[in-house]
Every structure is written in structure tokens, then in C-alpha cells.
Design a protein around this ligand. Structure first.
Ligand code: ZN
Length: 477
């Protein structure tokens, strides 16, 4: 056994020992022991801390209420509007866990399901998973998938999107692979803002949840009743519509508007990019794509119509031969040139072509890069909000799209910082034992996402029931 496996095993054994006394009061001394063994600034993740997190801080009830879609289990049920409740709904939802075994190996357990909040909480205590994934809702309980006759088929699933920073590597100048900084995080800000606008305006979805993936990306959950119950064909059409970047970074052009006005989906992105707090100007300043000497200038030239291509080359090799220039200056030169040409009536078509090409560049460099396989079909499971990323110790917290430009992934609460807060006892006196820096995120989830979702779900069902009653005379819903 290598050293890390051995330390994982030790942690796991200790965690098992604590499981015999699973209530919060007994775990508090454990928090003290963990904090003493590795003071703040030490490793941000270990299984001991994780067990405390699940027992004291993880918002299990909110997660279950969300996933039940108003079919709450008996130990949560507060629905009083006379809705028909499917008592087996929660058990039809697949959960999966990634966990460490006693020997320190990482294993993946699929096809888990729960009938009550309490059994979900007990499973978290028992497995202490390093990752919880959420899957589809099937036509019968997941633990009966092999036992009953007839097929076992997924019937509902939230529409999800996964955006990972590594898909931006060809346009990232500041970091590579798993590394991120506030400069490249701005790509994610733009992705959140664009996706939020597209899903609301073009698809009329409202119950959206954006979540930091804990390391270098974001997830988006579209939870409207209509999205969750969409059949496969319509479900697959959404990510197809949203993917306008094609091919690989080896291609000269990954976006092509064929000299015409950008399509509506691109116009939404271009509007988002107008805002200087995160938009095109800021991205150019951060990534320095078109600063003198950058290899991206050659890529830019390939997008431009011949006339503008030649004019830009002349500017670089003659006007700027002996002086530096920034991306913003280069872009301003292109705009000024096109404006100047556009003043001559016979140049109308040329102006349109140039503006189309410049829009292609913006979209190619800044449009959200989706992993569309995650969004298609029902099969892909996605990590639950409020999991802790084992590599960073950061909690996968929700992101408010309105304030996405203020979100700092390096400042989200970590497993250790939260356990330290619980353990310090300071928060107890001021705010009560459950108050930590995770609370604003849980509060956002509860009030800005879950509460409107449950209200909208009820309204959608009542609307459908009204239509049905008009046809059949049945007034129930
Ligand atoms: Zn970076």
C-alpha cells in the first residue's frame, strides 16, 4: 500500500469508528481533533472532515425536496394543496456514489435509491461518498430494476449542461489544463450569462440552477417540469441548438456565418459580450490574444474578408512596425476601418461581411463551450450541488447568474474552512450552531431556486389538470 492509500485507509478506519456515534454532538470533538491534527492552511480535504460535513452542514433535506419534484417522501411531506403524490417517486431516482474502500481504492457504486430523507442521510453516513451523482427518474423503483417484469426505462431527467475550462485551452493564455485563475474564470462568467439568457429567452425555461463544479467548471441544471419531462428528441435538440462552435482548434474557422448577419443565438452572446465588466474588451485585455506578436493574430486574419485582412496586415507591418500594440488597439483599428469604409454607399456589402467576420471571431473565442454528450439523452449522471471536490476541498456551491461576474472560485468555502468554523465555536454564540459561511449559498439555493421551482411546478401541473378537466371532467391533479 502506498503512502496516500495508507493515509486514506487510516482516515477511513477512523471515520468508521465515528460512525457508531453519528449524531452532531458526538462529532464536534472529532472536528476539534481533525482541526488540531491539520490546522487551517493544511490539506483542504479528508474523509474525517467529510463525515462531519455530511452530518452537520450538507443540506440533505433541500436536495431531497428538489429531487422529489413535490412528490415529497413521508418524512419531508408538507404538501397541502391536495396534489396527487407518487409515494415511490424518490425511489425511482438513481443516485450513485464515488467512495474510498477500506483498502483505499476508489470505487463507484451505481443504482442507489432512497424512499425517505432519513435513508438518504443514513447512506451518506455509511458511505461517506467523495462524490454524489444524480441520474434519471425511471419507470419503477431503482432497487427493483432487475426484479420486475417489463423494461426498466428512464422517463424524466433535468436537462443539464457541463462546461469545463479545459475546453478553452486553445484560447486561454493565462493557465493550462486543471489550473484556473480569475482571468480565465471570466470565460465561465460569460458562459453563465449567455446560457442563462438563451435558456430563459429562447426556450422559456425559468428554473435554472448554476453550480460551481468545485474545480475548473460549471454545471447548469434546467429543472422546469417541461424540461424534466421532455422526450429524448426534443431534449437532444436543445444542446444541438446551443452548440455553434464546431470542429477542433486545428481548424481555421470554428464558427461560420457565411458573410451574413449572425444567427439569433449568436446575437444573444454578442449582446452579453458588450458589457465591459466581463465582455469582449475585458477578455481581450485578460488573454492578450491580439497583442503584438501573439499567434492568435494569424487565426484572426483567417476570419477576415480579403480587403480587411490586407488592411490589418498593412497596419501591423507598416504602421506598427516599430511600436507595440494591444488587442484592444488592434480591434479598434478594425472597427474604425470598417466604419470608414461603411460611409461609402457602395461598400454596404463589404461592411456587412467585415462585421459578420468580426462577430464570428467573438463567438469563436468566447461562446460557451458545452460538453454536449452530458446534455443528450437520459444516461449521463451529474454531480450533486454541495458536494466537495476532493482535489480542491471546495464546495460545489450555486452561482447566482446575475452576480456571476462577482463569483470567485478561489474564495468559496472549503471543507476544512467550514469544519474550522463549526469547531471554533465562535459562530455558535453569534448565530447558532448551524451558521457558517456555507449558509448564504444554502439560503440562495432554498429561496432563489427551490422555492420558485416548487411554486412553478405546482402551477404547471394545475394548468395541465385544468386542460385535462376541460376534456374529461376530472378535476384532480
Ligand atoms: Zn487563468
Amino acid at each position: 500500500m502506498d503512502e496516500s492509500a495508507e493515509s486514506r485507509k487510516r482516515t477511513h478506519d477512523e471515520a468508521n469508528a465515528k460512525q457508531e456515534k453519528p449524531n452532531g454532538a458526538n462529532l464536534r470533538p472529532a472536528a476539534a481533533a481533525a482541526a488540531a491534527a491539520a490546522p487551517s492552511g493544511g490539506k483542504e480535504f479528508d474523509l474525517d472532515l467529510l463525515r462531519i460535513y455530511y452530518a452537520l452542514l450538507f443540506p440533505s433535506e433541500d436536495i431531497i425536496k428538489w429531487l422529489c419534484c413535490r412528490h415529497d417522501p413521508p418524512d419531508v411531506r408538507r404538501v397541502t394543496t391536495g396534489e396527487k403524490i407518487d409515494p415511490h417517486f424518490l425511489a425511482k431516482r438513481e443516485f450513485s456514489f464515488t467512495k474510498y474502500t477500506d483498502s483505499g481504492d476508489e470505487i463507484y457504486i451505481r443504482w442507489q435509491c432512497y424512499r425517505k430523507l432519513e435513508s438518504f442521510r443514513n447512506a451518506l453516513k455509511f458511505h461517506n461518498p467523495v462524490k454524489i451523482d444524480i441520474g434519471a427518474i425511471y419507470n419503477r423503483e431503482v432497487d427493483r430494476k432487475d426484479s420486475a417484469t417489463g423494461s426498466f426505462e428512464p422517463q424524466q431527467k433535468e436537462l443539464v449542461f457541463d462546461i469545463d475550462m479545459t475546453d478553452y485551452d486553445d484560447v486561454r493564455s493565462c493557465c493550462r489544463e486543471a489550473n484556473i485563475c480569475l482571468k480565465c474564470w471570466n470565460f465561465m462568467t460569460v458562459a453563465v450569462k449567455v446560457l442563462d439568457r438563451l435558456l430563459r429567452d429562447d426556450f422559456d425555461f425559468h428554473n435554472l440552477l448554476f453550480v460551481y463544479s468545485g474545480r475548473r467548471g460549471i454545471h447548469c441544471w434546467v429543472c422546469d417540469e417541461r424540461a424534466r419531462t421532455m422526450p429524448r428528441e426534443s431534449r437532444d435538440a436543445v444542446p444541438d441548438y446551443i452548440s455553434i462552435i464546431t470542429g477542433t482548434d486545428k481548424m481555421a474557422k470554428r464558427v461560420n456565418f457565411y458573410k451574413r448577419d449572425p444567427p439569433p443565438i449568436a446575437k444573444v452572446a454578442l449582446q452579453v459580450l458588450e458589457d465591459d465588466r466581463w465582455g469582449w474588451r475585458k477578455l481581450m485585455q485578460q488573454q492578450k490574444w491580439f497583442d503584438k506578436g501573439s499567434t492568435h493574430i494569424d487565426k484572426l486574419l483567417q476570419y477576415l474578408p480579403t480587403e480587411l485582412h490586407k488592411e490589418l496586415q498593412r497596419w501591423i507591418t507598416e504602421d506598427k512596425k516599430y511600436s507595440r500594440f494591444t488587442s484592444v488597439e488592434l480591434w479598434q483599428f478594425l472597427r474604425d476601418t470598417v466604419d470608414k469604409w461603411g460611409k461609402v454607399p457602395r461598400n454596404e456589402a463589404l461592411k456587412r461581411q467585415c462585421l459578420s467576420a468580426m462577430s464570428e471571431v467573438k463567438v469563436a473565442y468566447a461562446f460557451p463551450r458545452l460538453d454536449i454528450n452530458v446534455s443528450k439523452g437520459f444516461n449521463h449522471l451529474l454531480k450533486a450541488p454541495f458536494c466537495v471536490h476532493p482535489k480542491t476541498g471546495r464546495v460545489c456551491v450555486p452561482i447566482d447568474p446575475e452576480k456571476a461576474h462577482l463569483f470567485d472560485p478561489t474564495a468559496v468555502p472549503t471543507l476544512r474552512s467550514l469544519v474550522d468554523e463549526v469547531d471554533s465555536g465562535e459562530s455558535d454564540a453569534k448565530m447558532g450552531p448551524s451558521k457558517t459561511s456555507l449558509d448564504p449559498y444554502v439560503d440562495f439555493f432554498r429561496t432563489q431556486f427551490l422555492s420558485p421551482l416548487l411554486k412553478d411546478t405546482l402551477e404547471t401541473r394545475m394548468k395541465i389538470a385544468r386542460k385535462k378537466s376541460e376534456l374529461t371532467g376530472d378535476l384532480s391533479y
